[in-house]
Design a binder for this molecule. Sequence first.
Ligand SMILES: [Fe+2]
Ligand SMILES: [Fe+2]
Length: 197
Amino acid sequence: MNNAIHEIERIVEEACSRKTNIFGYGIWTHHISEVARNAKRLAAMFGADPEIVEIAALLHDYASVKDSSLYDDHHIHGPIEAEKVLKILGFPLDMIEAVKHCIASHRGSKPRERTTAEAECLANSDAITHVKNVPSLLHFTFVQRGMGIDEGTRWLREKLERSWNKMSPQVQEMTREKYEAALLVLAVSEQKSLEPS
Ligand SMILES: [Fe+2]
Ligand SMILES: [Fe+2]
């Protein structure tokens, strides 16, 4: 199993390193790898299978990394891409279905019912990683997506709020300090834009 997970890491990291990946290589180092680490760390708390959450974390944003036109619906394309990878690597069907459900339901902006502990664990790990990696979100917003200060600040604030809202109460408590600090920084930025020069 470890070899198969290493192979998934290799496949996803390779996709992250391509020039066509609009998020830049940082999505591997500062998001996907971190989500996988957090998912393994939180698995016991959710009573989730650590292998399923690690695989789902590695593959959860893979569709949009491979093809930026799939970003808006990567909760739909992600499970399809994950199935292709996992079938080639010979994973059993029940594991593939479990991973697909995690990916289909991981987004705060496209809420889908999460019916398994593994899906809850992935959504929480994704959210924690956003809140704890604000520089990575800033890079994505202002550098990769090229948003202006006001538009980007609003977008970031809404993204962080969605991340917060998809966390379980226990994970919110673990993350509250970071979340409030991030909102404070963004609030200052929003106020500044209203001040006359
Ligand atoms: Fe995602
Ligand atoms: Fe993500």
